[in-house]
Design a protein around this ligand. Structure first.
Ligand code: F6P
Length: 365
């Protein structure tokens, strides 16, 4: 009987997931007697009846490293500890199916599970590990907000997409003497905004870590626009908030979706500027899921491939309860519990923040 490894992709998708899957399969094929099995849509595939599992061999993963998304699907709803079930009255409840999951893993002869996902998925990894599951985490998020690793794959691709958008908005802002606001992803961490603001040359960058003051933003605008001439580009994270305020969003009505649905940061800023007396023309662009789609760039393909190879080698070494991490220049393993204990956010004394301020980018404070 061959040793089996279950591969799961959970949470929001991200460029590079397929490159990780391919690397796991390729590395395992260099060892004798290993079989890689994918669970469709996170742990849903193994928990569903009938199960949706797929054998991942070299033929199946051939060439997928250039493809965005994940060939085994993903979900950011529910999970083994909070499985949504419909009550007779039509309302929804959540049940814990983790014991059943462990039994199914055993029944399927799964020696180890590799869970590729963000902080929510790695919290599930830790909970399963504490219940005796042989699990290894691979960090994934375009937001780059997972602690323990310098970078996650997908982030660099998202920054390139956001920077391309800033570049395009700069030329139209300049032609029309306008203020153009670009809203990018970044729930709790402003990395995409900060990187693309520096790379694209925005004048103002607003991130969740630094609540903004509308008067400070106006000051910066008026240092650039005089008598209707001049232009300003603003990059704002979806999770940015005014001083004393909250991130703009609402509770989702999607079953099993626990995150606050962040929406409206750019539109709110536009209104706040007008209310504060700004008379210039303002337009807002929301980049949205474009940042998560499409082919990973070369750096993300490489990082994802390194993560996949390392994850399988951690299975060989039985390094369970650990997460793959990039600590320049090495690919290492760190305890999952340490990685989920905190978030990787932009620090007040961070180098790139200093650089941004150094070239006159206003952070709205
Ligand atoms: O966590 C990554 C992220 O891209 C966040 O920046 C964003 O708020 C969230 O995913 C949106 O995910 P979805 O639309 O899939 O629920």
């Amino acid at each position: 009987m061959r040793n089996r490894v279950l591969v799961v992709t959970g949470g929001g998708d991200c460029p590079g997931l397929n490159a990780v899957i391919r690397a796991i399969v390729k590395r395992s094929s260099r060892e004798r007697d290993w079989e890689i099995v994918g669970s469709y849509e996170g742990f849903n595939g193994i928990l569903r009846e009938p199960m949706e599992l797929i054998i991942l061999d070299e033929k199946k993963v051939s060439g997928i490293h250039v493809k965005g998304g994940t060939i085994i699907g993903t979900t950011n709803k529910g999970g083994p500890f909070a499985w949504p079930v419909k009550n007779k009255d039509g309302s929804w409840a959540e049940v814990d199916r983790s014991d059943e999951l462990l039994r199914k893993l055993q029944y399927q002869n799964i020696e180890a599970t590799i869970n590729i996902g963000g902080d929510g998925s790695q919290t599930i990894s830790q909970q399963l590990f504490e219940k005796g599951c042989n699990i290894i985490g691979v960090p994934k998020t375009i937001d780059n907000d997972i602690a323990g690793t310098d970078f996650t794959f997908g982030f660099q691709t998202a920054v390139e997409i956001a920077t391309d958008a800033v570049d395009k908005l700069v030329t139209t802002a300049e032609s029309h003497n306008r203020i153009l606001i670009l809203e990018v992803m970044g729930r709790d961490a402003g990395w995409i905004a900060l990187h693309s603001a520096v790379a694209g040359g925005a004048e103002i960058c607003l991130i969740p870590e630094i609540p903004y003051d509308i008067d400070k933003i106006l000051e910066r605008i008026h240092s650039r626009i005089c008598k209707g001439r001049g232009f300003v580009n603003i990059v704002i994270s979806e999770g940015a908030k005014p001083k004393g305020g909250k991130a703009s969003g609402h509770k989702s009505d999607e079953v099993g979706y626990h995150n606050l649905k962040l929406e409206g940061a750019a539109m709110r800023l536009m209104q706040e500027l007008k209310d504060a007396g700004c008379e210039e023309d303002i337009r807002a662009t929301i980049l949205g899921h474009i940042q998560r789609g499409g082919s990973p760039n070369a750096n993300d393909r490489i990082l994802a491939t390194q993560f996949g190879v390392k994850a399988f080698e951690m299975v060989l070494e039985k390094k369970y309860g650990k997460m793959v991490a990039y600590r320049h220049p090495n690919i290492v393993s760190v305890p999952i519990k340490d990685a989920i204990a905190e978030s990787n956010v932009v620090k007040p004394d961070g180098q790139l923040l200093k650089t941004a301020r150094g070239i006159g980018i206003s952070m709205g404070d």
